[in-house]
Design a protein around this ligand. Sequence first.
Ligand SMILES: [Zn+2]
Length: 431
Amino acid sequence: MADLVLRAARIADDIDPVDIVVTGGHITDIGPAQAVSGITEIDCAGRVVIPGLVESHLHVDKALLDRERPNPDGTLAGAIAVTGELKRGFTAESVRARARQVLDLAITNGTTVIRAHPDVDPIVGLLGVEVLLELRAEYRDLLDLQIVAFPQEGILKAPGTLDLLREALRRGADVVGGCCYNEADLADCHRHIELVFELAAEFGVPIDIHADFADDAADPRFALADRVAEVTERTGMSGRVTLGHMTSLSGRPPAERRATMARLAAAGVAVVPLPATDMHLGGRADPIAVRRGIAPVRELWEAGVLTAVSSNNVRNAFTPYGNADLLDIGLFLAQTAHLSGEADMARLLAMVTEVPARIVGIGDRYGLRVGAAADLVVLSTHRVADALLDRPDRCYVLKRGRVVARTTRTRELLRPTISPVHPDSGVLSHA
Ligand SMILES: [Zn+2]
C-alpha cells in the first residue's frame, strides 16, 4: 500500500487526468488509474496539480513592517532608510513573530521551498540569521528554508559587515548575498562583488546578489550585470549565481541590453525580477509616462537567461502589498510585462516552480515525475493554462507527501428564480 494517492489529477491540458502515487515522501508512480491504494487518498476530480511553489527571493525578517512605519516617499532610498530605523528596534521575538506569520501564509498559498534573505549588518548583526536558523528547524516538515546572508546596507559602506557575513556562513547560512549598488562609489561596488565571490569560494556556497535596481543605468553602480557575469566565468561559478531585480536593463538601449543578456546566459547567471517591489519603487522621478521599472522578461527568455519571479517583500516599505502568494506574483508579472496566451502562461508557471527550483539548487529532485519529492499543490481549477488566471484556491498543499495545508471554500451562485407573484408585478425574487 502507498502512503498517499492523488486520484484524477490534471497535470497537463493535453492528456487525461492521472493518479499520482506517493511513498516515503517521493512520487513513485504517475499514470492513469493506478491499481495501488493509499493510506490517504485524495480525489482531485480533474483538478490541476502542480509541483510546490518555490519562492527564490523573500525577506522574511522584514515582512509586515508596513503597519509600524510606511515608506515616507515611495523610493528605494526611502525604503532602505525607514527600514534601517525600524531594524534598530528588532528583537528575536518580533522578528520571529512576523517571520512565522509570513511563512504560514506562504505555505497555505502552496509554497514548499523558500530562499530567505535576512539582513546581516552592524544594525541587526546576526539576529535575522539566527531567527531563521531556528525557524529552518521548526518548519522542516512544512517547507525547506534556505538562508542567504544578505548585506542590505553594503559591505564597505557598513564596516564590520564582512566579518558578520563570514560568521553567518559559519553558523549555517546556505548562500552568500550581495547588494552591489549600495556602496559609496563604483570602485567600492566592484570590490563588493569581489568580496561576495571570495566568501562563496571560502564556504563553497552559491551567490544571490541584489543588482541593477534603478530605472536606468545613468549611475554606473546600477549597471553591474556584465561585471558579475565576467567574475562568474573567471571563478568557475557558472550555474550558482543569481541576480535579483535587474530593472535598469529595461532602460538601456536595445543592442546594449541584448549584449548584457547574452553575456548572462553564457555565464550561467540567473535573473529573478521582483515585480511587486520593482513596480512600486520604480519610476518615482518620472514626471510623465512613468516607467514600469521591471526587467525585460520576454527578452530574458529569448536570450536564454534562466529567469524566475519572486515576491521579495510582503507589506513593508519596499512593497506595501502581498500575501506571500507566488501565483499572485506570477499573474502580476503577466499583467505588467505584456505576457499573455497559453505559451506565456506555461512559462510564467515555470517561473514560480521549475525554474526557481533549479536556481535554488533542487532541480534534480523536484517536479511532477517519478523519483521527485512529493511537494505538490492541488488547485481549484481544471486547466493548467488557467492556474494563474483563475486565482485558484490551494485545496491541498503537500510537503514530502504529507498534507500541510488545506483550503476549503464554498462559492455559490444564487440564481434568481421567478416566484409566483401577482401577474402584473413581474418582480424577480432571489431564492
Ligand atoms: Zn530583495
